[in-house]
Ligand binder design. Sequence first.
Ligand code: ADP
Ligand code: MG
Length: 329
Amino acid sequence: MALQDEFHFIDQIKPKRVSRSGLIAGIGDDAALFRPTQEMEQIICMDTMVEGVHFTKKTMDPYQIGYKALAVNISDIAAMGGTPTYYLVSIAIPKDWNEQELLSIYEGMAMLADKYHMDLIGGDTVSIAGNLVVTVTVLGEVEKGKHLLRSHAQPGDIVFVSGTIGDSSAGLSLLLHNKKNYSFSESEKTLIQKHQYPIPRVEIGRLLSTFERVSLNDISDGLASETNEIAKASCVTLLIDEDKIPFSEAILKQHQDRALEFALYGGEDFELVGTIAASDWEILQKQAKKHGYILTKVGTVSEGGPAVFLKRDGELCKLEMKGYNHFTK
Ligand code: ADP
Ligand code: MG
């Protein structure tokens, strides 16, 4: 492997301080040990990023790879309404990655971990013949009974999304066509930033967890896929208004013709999509506004089998899980 000394490497990535009072033993023993917070449900999730599949050295710096590998997992905790607490990292290292690059990956993660007061409590280090593989496990917690599931949608609900949708894939498209060192315009940079540094919406998830009943999903695979997951889990039909989908100024400037395609089928925005009772929508909107969170109503939930329809010019077309071709009638 590219590492001279695995133990020296682990020593360097070992956090210098502890953020959470429940931690009993982090890195350095056979396993990590922590005391869960009383009255909280524990959440756990894992996501893997593979070089050549989720990123290349041409689209992302090591620091950004680390940031994003942790961000996508924190986003899953946010989609449950929870707060992230601890994380573990398994890294499979090929020969062409040097120690400095590997340490940068950990710095990218530490930056985000600091923001949420999370502790790195363990992991695994192995060599691999092929490409770099980074697997992150994140633990989190949510007040008992306050978790937000995809199965919580009911007919009559409002469908909402956070932020703007499609920016990350528009940014990726720019990176793939121009390489990361190209001198991009300001609006191009905004889109690329959304691809390289997605912001997990933990604070919005926490606000949503204070409501009686919210269904929630994070947008990792595009709006078409994520809304279908809610429809399926809740056995309801979602109607999405095409002209309500929020786009950034940057995407409209750079890619107006492809903005909808990026939003529906692009993914990696790591914004939230969910549903809430119509009677709670106004209260939610007011509270979101107070905190400066952007939430947009994009549709409604109705009775019927699990399906999603896109309303365009008064007509409904079925939104399939994947594939832009299904959409062009
Ligand atoms: P063991 O042989 O008991 O599995 P290791 O030598 O693999 O122990 O790991 C020693 C300590 O370092 C453990 O606490 C483990 O969780 C941690 N660790 C190992 N690799 C990593 C890594 N890539 N990132 C974070 N922690 C790691
Ligand atoms: Mg051991």
